[in-house]
Design a binder for this molecule. Structure first.
Ligand code: OAD
Length: 247
């Protein structure tokens, strides 16, 4: 892929890069994106119908079974070249902040140090009553396990549809937006608010917005640069082009 020389010069000069990611950045690790149809037993379910407080209240067993299935999908997943390239940026730029909608934990496993998990982390549990974090007990029937503080039922430590994002994570994302020079928007359909508003806000703050996605999204029109392709291919090539001596 050929890159605009102005973009490459800008990347070499910046001090702070923000990287906003969605499920597409984990697609090459074998984790289906939300827009991919669900498979197997879950083919007739929509994420929007399972990842909600109401669904959990009505049928906690089905919701827990769905998360156990998703954890199983993610268990053997490895960081792919996109995650690794984002982590490698830390050796090339003074500060790299990752703001992710993903709950798979792969940015942390790839070595990214500043990771803001807007939608939580599927590997964590918390109490559905008092929100206290709860240790995961391998193999335990989590739907039966109770909170040691209040006796409430445990739930996965992720944000559900209709819930507010964690205030601390959102505040950190806003700070990054104000501070970063360049804002990458990678592997997201930008359909779910409020996360989807971040690239628009970055542009309105005067940041250089770079979109990486094999398909067009509504954010193409706000990005100064649209790199059409898979993140696992585009990002390593972009680092090689911008920092040939270090990549
Ligand atoms: P989506 O499944 O909505 O979108 C995935 C995006 O990744 C699409 O735009 C694809 O074109 C793109 N894509 C696919 N393969 C790619 C690749 N190899 N490289 C780069 N991009 C690729 O996932 P999200 O945008 O992350 O919310 O969805 C956002 C939120 O909606 C999720 O966090 C979740 C979901 O409902 C909650 O769970 C609250």
């Amino acid at each position: 892929m050929l890159f605009d020389f102005v973009l490459l010069d800008k990347l070499r000069a910046v001090r702070h890069i923000a990287v906003f990611t969605g499920a597409g950045v984990s697609a090459e690790s074998g984790i289906p994106t939300f827009r991919d149809a669900q498979t197997g037993l879950w083919a007739n379910y929509r994420a929007e119908d399972l990842a909600t407080p109401d669904a959990f209240r009505r049928d906690p067993i089905t919701v827990w079974n769905w998360y156990a299935w998703r954890r199983e999908l993610m268990r053997d997943a490895q960081p792919n070249p996109a995650h690794l390239a984002i982590a490698q940026l830390q050796r090339l730029v003074a500060r790299v902040s990752v703001i992710t909608q993903n709950v798979d934990g792969l940015h942390l496993r790839a070595g990214s140090r500043e990771v803001i998990e807007l939608h939580g982390n599927i590997w964590n549990n918390l109490c559905s009553q008092c929100s206290q974090p709860a240790h995961r007990i391998e193999g335990a029937q989590e739907v039966q396990t109770r909170c040691t503080h209040c006796g409430g039922r445990l739930r996965p430590g992720v944000v559900w549809f209709g819930e507010a994002l964690p205030a601390a994570a959102w505040a950190r994302a806003a700070e990054v937006l104000e501070a970063a020079d360049v804002f990458f928007c990678i592997g997201t359909s930008s359909l779910v608010e409020p996360a989807a508003s971040l690239p628009r806000h970055a542009r309105s703050c005067g940041r250089t917005v770079i979109q990486i996605n094999p398909e067009a999204t509504s954010h193409d029109e706000i990005a100064q640069y649209v790199l059409r392709g898979k993140a696992g291919q585009v990002l390593p090539e972009l680092l090689q082009a911008a920092w040939p001596q270090n990549s």
